[in-house]
Design a binder for this molecule. Structure first.
Ligand SMILES: [Zn+2]
Ligand SMILES: [Zn+2]
Length: 335
């Protein structure tokens, strides 16, 4: 069973998930993980029996998007956390959920190469599953992400995204909430709304401005061509988008991934959603003004550089491409 562990040196949570089944030998190869061939792909139509029992499909019948449990979950469906400490160590059962969204029946084309209606269906599915997991009551955060390419951590090449629900608010989310809260308590305004005003007036890191979204290369980009998609309307929670906003988000996501492909080729990337944690039933959030002070955004992280000793040692990143330059290149590219 997966376990959440917190050690004393950094007070950092780690998920230990032996079910993900790596023996020492599996780590020995220098090569990228094997990406399964088409005939055996468990995500292709006709191979539905190869995945664990389906959670959701749309539409009924010949599906265009399908959601299944991850076969090797990082966290899974245990009834209780049962926290226990022993000396400096704290552990809990790995209570959570780990789902795979199969973005399309088409094995060979990623989100940016699919029709707008298909990407809208994917976004509708994200919102639906995020909402269901938030309503479960046991989870404090629901993380949506996508790993693309072997260097992005994908073990299957068929386009898919993932959703992991955790019983704690992860440290990365806590850090963002802390910064937003400090700003809100000092100024009474939303940090991201303030940042957007600055970025739009400076313009040098802006890649695209549409009616509802801005795409920009963050000032402190850790990776070459790192991007943020930020709603221009203030909203703390991704799942609260209207139908019109969801369609606009599908469009900007598709265009942004297409810009990256047209400039850099089929690069490995991760995208990760940064949204509101789930309020605790009957208690709400630790920060009651969160809906006014927090603002969701999506990070896109192309994996063109390796994290190495310096990054692991210091938690600081070395980025060889200034974000202003990345934005200039990406602005000029067709989507
Ligand atoms: Zn496939
Ligand atoms: Zn805002």
């Amino acid at each position: 069973m997966p376990e959440l562990r917190k050690g004393p040196l950094l007070r950092r949570w780690v998920i230990v998930a032996p079910e993900r089944g790596k023996r020492p030998l599996d780590f020995r190869t220098e090569d990228a993980p094997e990406i399964k061939r088409r005939g055996k792909c468990p995500f292709c139509p006709g191979n539905e029996h190869m995945t664990p029992p389906e959670i959701y499909r749309v539409p009924a019948g010949d599906w265009r998007v399908r959601v299944v449990p991850n076969k090797f979950p990082a966290l899974s469906d245990y009834p209780a956390l049962n926290p226990a400490s022993q000396g400096p160590f704290l552990k809990m059962n790995g209570v959570g959920a780990h789902e795979v969204v199969i973005d399309t029946p088409d094995h060979a084309h990623d989100l940016d190469e699919l029709p707008q209606e298909q990407v809208e269906l994917v976004v509708e599915t994200y919102v639906h599953r995020l909402r269901c997991l938030a309503e479960d009551g046991r989870f404090r955060y629901v993380q949506l992400f996508k790993n693309h390419g072997a260097k992005g951590g994908a073990s299957l090449s068929h386009p898919h995204s993932q959703i992991v629900a955790t019983p704690i608010v992860p440290p990365e989310v806590e850090a963002r909430l802390g910064a937003a809260r400090d700003h809100y308590e000092r100024s009474g305004t939303c940090l991201v709304c303030t940042l957007l005003e600055e970025e739009l007036s400076a313009g040098e890191r802006v890649v695209e401005v549409s009616e509802k979204f801005v795409v920009l290369a963050p000032y402190d980009s850790r990776f070459p061509f790192e991007l943020l998609i930020v709603p221009r309307f203030h909203a703390h929670d991704f799942v609260a988008m209207t139908q019109e906003e969801r369609a606009a988000f599908a469009g900007v996501l598709r265009r942004t991934l297409a810009r990256l492909r047209n400039l850099l080729g089929d690069v490995p990337y991760n995208f990760v959603l940064q949204t509101s944690p789930v309020p605790e039933p009957g208690k709400g959030w630790d920060w009651p003004e969160l809906p006014s002070g927090y603002h969701w955004h999506l990070e896109i992280l192309p994996r063109l550089t390796q994290l190495a000793g310096f990054e692991w040692g210091t938690g600081m990143y070395i980025n060889p491409v200034p974000p202003e330059e990345a934005a200039r290149h990406l602005r000029g590219v067709k989507q």
